[in-house]
Design a protein around this ligand. Structure first.
Ligand code: FAD
Length: 334
């Protein structure tokens, strides 16, 4: 049995300044405690941050929505501002995990959740993410659930979050508090590609705490849809998912935002596909072309080639629904 110290942080400053490199913050505990029990993570100290005042959702003067790090996935999904102005985020959150888990899971914990790669979660397997330099059993192993985008020789583990896919499409900024003070990081730059250092998963320094995530001002009027394809209808991670948002300009697409989950090593914004959609008619042909572009660099392994057509279909279906909703009034959508 491994022992660890436990403490409760009573201020953001103390939480961010007092932690050691081997300490871990615990929020809802739904990821962390599993991984400690599996001996995948071995923190010397758990710093409980649940008493910190990071549970507010508030509009900023510039029209953005600031979400405290400790807002639960349930509260965020059902918050009136999110339901009305960011329905894409609400849909993505409600597609994740189960009611009980969402009641405990927090916004920052969701961003920081670790991969569900079975080789990462098995200390007897080779995994460069868990044990740098040990190899990757997934590359030639059971890789049906693994990434076709953003992988490397060292790692093809998928980032498992649904919420993060919506945030990647909506645009957001993380606020971090650390020993050197506060700083902000654009959401798209926070998660790292594995390259040859898959154990470095994000842009968070030792001791730094996520205090908030601020969503870009809503794109309005727009339609959006989060589509999650998986082996069973609920309580299952995505094989492929797509967050799509479309604002129309007459019969054409004015702005499109697109991100993928379940197929990539980080929440995957499809910038080239978005650019290709702008100014095009909102038709099946335009959506299919965007899907081709989004998956153009996909690299399948032995068991996961099916994810490429699956992700293309997810994009086409999500864009069709987003464009349909963009062409209807809010009253009709309700
Ligand atoms: C059975 C099961 C099914 C699931 N299914 C899905 C799914 O379908 N879709 C999906 O998206 N997710 C799914 N999840 C994952 C779930 O969403 C995450 O476990 C949850 O969001 C993590 O939040 P938490 O607050 O419990 O984090 P914790 O477990 O408390 O922490 C997770 C990590 O984040 C760090 N951390 C927490 N807060 C902060 C902070 N403020 N600053 C810096 N670091 C911090 C911790 O140190 C730890 O490393 C599932 C989980 C389980 C157990």
């Amino acid at each position: 049995m491994r022992t660890f110290a436990y403490s409760r942080a009573d201020s953001v400053e103390r939480a961010a300044h007092a932690t050691t490199p081997t300490a871990a913050f615990v929020a809802g505990g739904t990821t962390l405690l599993d991984l400690v029990k599996l001996d995948v993570m071995q923190p010397s100290e758990l710093v409980d941050i649940n008493a910190l005042p990071l549970k507010q959702v508030e509009w900023l003067d510039d029209g953005r929505l600031k979400v405290g790090a400790l807002v639960t996935n349930t509260d965020l999904a059902h918050h009136p501002a999110v339901k009305q102005h960011y329905p894409l985020l609400s849909e993505a959150l409600l597609a994740g995990a189960s009611t009980q888990l969402r009641n405990m899971a927090t916004t920052a914990g969701n961003v920081m959740q670790r991969t569900r790669c079975p080789y990462f979660r098995d200390p007897s397997a080779a995994c460069n993410k868990r044990h740098p330099g040990s190899g990757c059993d997934a590359r030639d192993g059971l890789n049906r659930m693994h990434a076709v985008l953003g992988g490397s020789e060292a790692c093809i583990a998928v980032h498992p979050s649904d919420m993060c896919v919506a945030m990647a499409a909506l645009g957001a900024t993380l606020t971090l508090e650390g020993p050197d003070g506060e700083r902000e990081v654009p959401f798209g730059e926070f998660h790292r590609l594995p390259g040859d250092t898959p154990h470095i998963e994000h842009d968070l320094a030792d001791g730094e705490l996520i205090t908030a995530i601020t969503l870009d001002a809503p794109l309005a009027p727009a339609g959006s849809h989060y589509l999650k394809l998986r082996d069973r209808a609920s309580y299952e991670f995505a094989l492929a998912s797509c967050a799509a948002q479309v604002a129309l300009d007459g019969d054409s697409i004015g702005t499109a935002r697109l991100a993928l989950g379940g197929v990539a090593t980080k929440p995957w914004r499809c910038a080239e596909a978005e650019a290709a959609l702008a100014g095009q008619p909102a038709t099946l042909e335009s959506f299919e072309r965007a899907a081709e572009i989004a998956l153009a660099d996909a690299e399948p392994r032995e068991h996961n080639a099916f994810k490429i057509p699956l992700a293309r279909q997810a994009i086409v279906r999500a864009l069709r629904e987003a464009a349909r909703l963009a062409g209807t009034t809010q009253e009709e959508q309700a």
